[in-house]
Ligand binder design. Sequence first.
Ligand SMILES: *Cc1c(COP(=O)(O)O)cnc(C)c1O
Length: 355
Amino acid sequence: MKMHNFNSGPSILPDEVMEQAAAAIHDFNGIGLSILEIGHRTSWFGDVMTEARSLVKELMNIGNEHEVLFLHGGASTQFMQVPMNLLDSNETAAYVDNGIWGTKAVKEAKLFGNAIVVSSTKDRNHSYIAKDFSIPADAKYLHFTTNNTVEGTEWHHIPETNVPLVADMSSDIFSRPFDYSKFALIYAGAQKNMGAAGVNIVVVRKDILGIKRAIPAIMDYRNHIEAGSLLNTPPVFAVYVALLTMRWIKKEGGLVEMGKRAKERADLFYNTLNALPAFRPLVVEEDRSFMNATFTTAKPEMEDVFLGLCKQNGMVGVKGHRSVGGLRVSMYNALPLSSVQAITDLMKDFSEKHA
Ligand SMILES: *Cc1c(COP(=O)(O)O)cnc(C)c1O
């Protein structure tokens, strides 16, 4: 039986993406070679990279002011690569700290320039998003995490500001339509909502690049742009899986459809959660994430009982992140509504027996 996959990352991918990726390991596009054994400078892989880069733009509806890169190192590498490329040592950058990933991003930025926290929600365990804060007029950029994977909050609107926006979209990339052209830089690790671990996507507006600092060649976005995202050997297979996922998103109806499905899943989950006395949400209603729902049992000692039931019923990934505890259900693009139905049915059952 296929499991109900609520993993937070690496996480669920569409079945057909898995089938196509598996087939390409045996024989890539009928060329008689595996995707794992062709050079990254062949036209076979060149076509993969070109299509992947252009599909990102197409799905996000952005033009030629932006460039798309597929880079190594996970989103955590972007915590340092972003300020290394955008922030000179005498300049200020504004950071929103809404969770553990935001906290890590600020820490890295401080190594490069004057990174200041303009909004922190630490006072209430990051259980909400503070929307009113002021940004110094001379800030080079405002960095925020669109979806807080661990804490379960999400920005449902883009912050209003004239300062260039930089966003870590690791866990909600391609989950909804947005005005993506408003962002100066977007980055995301692929393994949450768009592919396999091992690759990051970076979307950068070219006009924000160019600072005084000397940047190691492999860290400099401009070199990657010039090389068409083939500066050194890219994570070939991970790029291919991201391409397959983007093709799937496009075929299913693009980000409008992904947004609609995300809302359906979130509505079903949170409406159930709100109605059940045996469970408690961990974050305020208006800021709840459509991707990662965090909650707990009303009686702490019942948490393991519920997790045991999930296991018995073929549901994985429901335990909360080690830093916040509790429970978490991740509902990424590929998660069918039927999986949310299954876990909400189990929660109702559990609530009747144990409330
Ligand atoms: C998972 C995650 C990261 C870290 O990703 P790595 O690829 O493991 O470095 C950063 N930011 C957010 C929002 C995440 O969800």
